[in-house]
Write a protein that binds this ligand. Sequence first.
Ligand code: AMP
Length: 418
Amino acid sequence: MTLDNFNFKGKKAFVRVDFNVPMDENQKITDDTRIRAAMPTLKKIIADGGRLIIASHMGRPKKNPDSKFSLKVIVARVSELLGVDVKFANDALGAETEKMIAELKDGEALLLENLRFYAEEEGKPRLPETATEEEIAAAKKEVKEGQKELAKKLASYADVYVNDAFGTAHRAHASTALIADSFDADHKMFGYLMNKEVSAVDTLMDNPARPFTAIMGGSKVSTKIEIIENLLTKVDNLIIAGGMTYTFVKAQGGKIGLSICEDDKLDLALEIIEKAKKNNVNLVMAVDAKIADAFSNDANTDYVAVDEIPEGWEGMDIGPKTAEIFAEVIKNSKTILWNGPTGVFEFENFTEGSRAVGVAIVEATKNGAFSLVGGGDSVACVNKFGIAEEMSYVSTGGGALLEAIEGRVLPGIAAIKG
Ligand code: AMP
């Protein structure tokens, strides 16, 4: 079922959203992007005359209740954005909450307290560090059983289930995946945000327009290896950038000075180079680097060949020749994935490379390419450069997006798609 094809009039809808917004020490929301991202779905249900039950997690509470992680503090913001006075259930479970749900009228909304107050939501036991192996095993079994119960209980609240929480789609939690088993195919669906994310990933992974270029930046190869392996079977061009460059350079005998390097991944880097050749993937790597004599924005800088970094200096960003090469490849692409900056973009003096990549993607997108930016730091990059609007799609789900690109089946998606 799709959201647009369903009339919510008089129906109770359980909508799982990701309202895990960042807050300051006074529990003031510092960025409400996630709340705003769920609004189209919530507004459609309210406009239909549906009865909205909104559920989310917040942070990683370790007990129930845990006031530091209460969703109560976001009720006002949700109400303001939704244009409806949202009621709040102090507990996701219990007679009082069930009464509030039963009394919900058409066009009204109720936000449940943080689902993760219950360990059963994640299905992970909370045990003291002193717990024995047997205690851990028993608690794991118990919490898994409890997880099924919780999913059934939450499902009993509603006539229809909507999942709009892409950020947690890679987790098989009670409210993100297990709950869907209690609804037939006509009564479970993705929200608009989830739908956009899923179709963006599908555009990229199934039948992308070619040439398909992925730009993988960031600090380490080790954290990106599964994505790189999967992309080597999909892309035409793989641009390697960021800190992981130097592991590749060292593996090929280059001099990298103090640059960040994973010495235990040198063989892996060579394997990636071989695999790219075998798969006819054009592996594009830096030829020059902007180097610094300290890991600081105020360090002395210079530009050198990427494999000629002097002792005492480190590669902090790509150099201008590399930026030009990368931009050329990007501009000639029809599908583009960008994950990870080309350098230490947090320092103003080392943002040029990432900016050049961003600008090239903007140009390619204007010329009809599909561009997807995902993973925390590249999203921060496009926001910093003010070009987020000019990308085809900027993903809201860091971990979930990366797992999807690794080629994994996301439980939250499979639970609805089947
Ligand atoms: P990741 O979370 O793996 O995407 O890595 C992002 C981080 O990589 C950012 O904080 C960057 O500062 C860092 N990074 C990118 N290039 C370099 C580099 N040449 N040296 C050290 N860190 C880098």
